[in-house]
Design a protein around this ligand. Sequence first.
Ligand SMILES: Cc1ncc(COP(=O)(O)O)c(C=O)c1O
Length: 277
Amino acid sequence: MEASQNQYPGLGGAVYMNASESEGFLPDFGALPPALLDRVQLLYLCTPSNPTGAAFSLERLQTLIQLADRHDFVIVSDECYSEIWYENPPPGILQAAWRSGRKALQRCLAFHSLSKRSNLPGARSGFVAGDAAILKKYLQLRTYTGCSTPPFIQRAAIAAWQDETHVEENRAIYRRKLADALEILSPILPVKAPDAGFYLWLKVPGGGERFAHRLYERYNVTTLPGAYLSRSTGHATHPGATGNPGEANIRVALVAPEKENREAMLRIADCARELLT
Ligand SMILES: Cc1ncc(COP(=O)(O)O)c(C=O)c1O
């Protein structure tokens, strides 16, 4: 959109929403100005979230679908972490639509991947499901602009989607790694178990960038400063909010093997102790 046409200075084609701790790490789409919502064509959601691990409830997803009806937009929900859960499986956008009686899943698309559920990120294989009218156009777009999936990957994907045993085993391993992380870190840092996913969104002393740097330099553990995963706000969608909402955090991925993961947690705790004293 031309800058002169833009009623919301500072906003380009995409509007980014904060998902801060004070909001339960879930963006409040209903709080956006109605005039802005009227201009939305596609709302992109990541639930369970990377990096915070927060998942939308069924009720919140249903309210979001009502908002999409009111303002005429499509919801694209990236749910690639939905099978790495701890207490309860998180709901998805198609489940929310179906439970609302929308059997044609109008305006809703869910994207899934083998990367997390089957530890197959190199395969770049997943699926999209939902509103058939949108998928028809999406298939055409994908055919012309994407590259086709090699047959051997298609075969591996069929086998992976048909098997749940490895997914359950994988989930059990993540549960043990999360338990280790909570046990080791909670006496030192304000750590909270995510709803799902394999990340800890840790608030660290000295801020995310400084902490990640020190942790890498002195303790040989690689994490990601939270600010690198979010953007500075303070515009029309977040009146009064300024700065980068991820600045105080690091993202810790619990993806190393169990023994290595435990050792990394001990080193994160040591680094926190050093920076706290
Ligand atoms: C939210 C989210 N969506 C998608 C992906 C990637 O999915 P794929 O490996 O299927 O391209 C990732 C991987 O890091 C992710 O975190």
